[in-house]
Design a protein. Structure first.
Length: 179
C-alpha cells in the first residue's frame, strides 16, 4: 500500500506539470512577436519574422474553424476593411488549426485578399500562446484572438476578439498610434 501512494502522487504531479506547460500565456503588449514559420493557404511556407519587416504593421488573428459563422464574420470584417488596412500599412494573416485545403476553400469562398495560415500542428498557435479548446468528437480549436505587430513587437492584443468588429477594433488602434 505504501508504494501506491507515492506512485499515484508522482503521476498526479507529472500530469499537473505537463498541463501547466501545455497552456502557455498569450503574448502581451511589448513582447517580441514570434518569428515562426507557417504553411499558407497556397501550401507554401512563410516566415512570419520576415513578414513583420515588410509592412509597417502585421495583424495575426486566430479563429476556431474555417467556414463557421463567427469565423466568417471575423474574416469578412477584415476583408471589407482590407483596402483601408493596407493603406495604413497592415499585412493580415488569419490562423486556425484547419489544414491547407480547408484554408484555401475558406479563402476562395469568402474572397479574402489576405493570407490564411494552416496550423494543424499548432506551431503558430503555441508560439503566440493562444489557448486551444478541445471539443469531444469534433477536435481542437484555437481561441479567437488577435495581435497587432509593429517593429517586431506586439503593440496591441485582443484576447476576446469580436467577430464582426475585428477590423473596426484594429482601425481604432491604428488611429491612436501616431508614431
Amino acid at each position: 500500500m505504501k508504494t501506491r501512494l507515492p506512485l499515484a502522487l508522482m503521476s498526479l504531479l507529472t500530469f499537473l506539470f505537463a498541463s501547466a506547460r501545455a497552456h502557455a500565456e498569450p503574448l502581451k503588449v511589448g513582447d517580441p512577436a514570434p518569428a515562426v514559420t507557417a504553411t499558407t493557404d497556397a501550401g507554401t511556407r512563410i516566415d512570419l519574422g520576415d513578414a513583420y519587416k515588410k509592412q509597417r504593421y502585421t495583424l495575426v488573428y486566430f479563429y476556431p474553424r474555417a467556414g463557421t459563422s463567427g469565423c466568417t464574420a471575423q474574416g469578412c470584417s477584415l476583408r471589407d476593411a482590407y483596402e483601408e488596412l493596407t493603406r495604413q500599412g497592415v499585412a493580415v494573416f488569419g490562423v486556425s488549426t484547419d489544414d491547407v485545403a480547408a484554408q484555401a476553400k475558406f479563402k476562395a469562398e469568402e474572397h479574402f485578399p489576405f493570407t490564411l495560415l494552416a496550423d494543424p500542428d499548432r506551431a503558430v498557435i503555441k508560439a503566440f500562446g493562444v489557448p486551444v479548446r478541445s471539443v469531444p468528437a469534433i477536435g481542437e480549436f484555437a481561441a479567437r484572438q488577435a495581435f497587432l505587430i509593429k517593429d517586431g513587437k506586439i503593440v496591441w492584443a485582443d484576447y476576446k476578439a469580436k467577430t464582426d468588429q475585428q477590423a473596426a477594433d484594429v482601425l481604432k488602434v491604428l488611429a491612436a498610434d501616431k508614431s
